[in-house]
Design a protein around this ligand. Structure first.
Ligand SMILES: *Cc1c(COP(=O)(O)O)cnc(C)c1O
Length: 355
């Protein structure tokens, strides 16, 4: 048995893997693979329609908020957001809370003035800044709700009168929040909702159409909204895997149900880390991520030993990102509680041997 703590692409529910595999051979008893169907056939448009409406339902979105499935991963959104929302002379505010935030900032600078209103960089991204002001005339405030690499998370979403834009790649659909309070949300699918190759984007239509810049057809959100996410050939298989995961999530009881499980998993692992003398965590307690748990060992000689011990025992994907080092256990929606229990047992037996 393998316990998969990969940070992304990452674990998905077993039934999703099975149904996705079936669809490659014979999709919905059509006798055809989902990979050889026209994307404008009724069987596929039904997939896109259901995926968009399920996402809307799970996030409890109002009618101004449109759901899109777009190509290019979250990194494409780093540029597509400012291209659509910012003129060159305008200013947008960004919170710098980790590696992905800083990449979003770098790309946005190509499209306007970027004001970094807060940053935890000087303290190695150990916390989420709390006291900062956003200028009234900032076109939007961009935050990264969960910092995948350093393991911090906004536990409460900042209230602001500015348009709020969020990169939710690594905690989308993991908890109940007021998704309608955002002007724009984007998330690469490969962490919590599906296969690599597609991003979920949620946009409040009212924020669009306010810039003067000419926007290439494929980059203009309004065109994607008008065409129901079928402006060009969508990544059909990746969208289908998202649909299967959304169905699984709904069957489980939606965001309240998954949030409860995610809280339980994170509490179990953090308690084990806090009560074990060999391990230490990176992020201050109140800002700890429930999705990516980052930790190191007080004695760095132990790190390779624990890494090997985990691997021998079927735990994979806990090596930390090359920038942060140490370990990172990703506890996305599909990771079962039993895998966290198993990892905690391994930590305990390791510390009995080496403590
Ligand atoms: C993984 C990740 C990205 C990059 O996603 P791609 O789909 O590879 O472009 C961006 N932001 C966050 C928070 C991430 O975790």
């Amino acid at each position: 048995m393998i316990h998969n703590f990969n940070a992304g692409p990452s674990i998905l529910p077993n039934e999703v893997f099975r149904e996705a595999a079936d669809a490659i051979l014979n999709f919905n008893n059509t006798g055809l693979s989902i990979l050889e169907l026209g994307h404008r056939t009724p069987v596929f448009t039904a997939v896109m329609d259901e995926a968009r409406s399920l996402a809307k339902e799970l996030m409890n979105l109002d009618d101004d908020h449109k759901v899109l499935f777009l190509h290019g991963g979250a990194s494409t959104q780093f540029m597509q957001v400012p291209m659509n929302l910012l003129d060159l002379k305008d200013t947008a505010s960004y919170a710098d809370t980790g590696v992905w935030s800083s990449k979003a900032i770098k790309e946005a600078k190509l499209f306007g003035k970027i004001d970094v209103v807060c940053s935890s960089k000087e303290r190695n991204y150990r916390f989420i800044p709390k006291d900062f002001a956003v200028p009234n005339d900032a076109k939007y405030l961009h935050i990264t709700t969960n910092n995948t690499i350093y393991g911090s998370q906004w536990q409460s979403i900042p209230t602001t009168s500015n348009v709020l834009v969020a990169d939710m790649s690594s905690d989308i659909l993991s908890r109940n929040i007021d998704f309608n309070s955002f002007g724009l949300i984007y998330a690469g699918a490969q962490k919590n909702i599906g296969a690599a190759g597609v991003s979920l984007v949620v946009i409040n239509e009212q924020i669009l159409g306010k810039t003067k810049r000419p926007i290439p057809t494929i980059m203009d959100y309004r065109n994607h909204i008008a065409e129901g996410s079928m402006l060009n050939t969508p990544p059909v298989f990746a969208v289908y895997v998202c649909l299967l995961t959304l169905r699984w999530l709904k069957k489980l009881g939606g965001l309240s149900a998954i949030e409860k499980i995610n809280n339980e998993k994170a509490a179990l692992l953090y308690n084990a880390l806090d009560s074990n003398d060999l391990f230490q965590t990176h992020v201050v307690k109140e800002d700890r991520s429930k999705m990516n748990v980052c930790f190191t060992m007080k004695n760095s000689d132990h790190e390779q030993l624990f890494q090997d011990f985990a691997k021998e025992n079927g735990v994979i994907g806990i090596k930390g990102h090359r920038l942060s080092g140490g370990f990172r256990a990703s506890l996305y929606n599909a990771l079962p509680l039993s895998s966290v229990e198993y990892l905690v047992e391994l930590m305990q037996s390791f510390s009995q041997k080496h403590g």
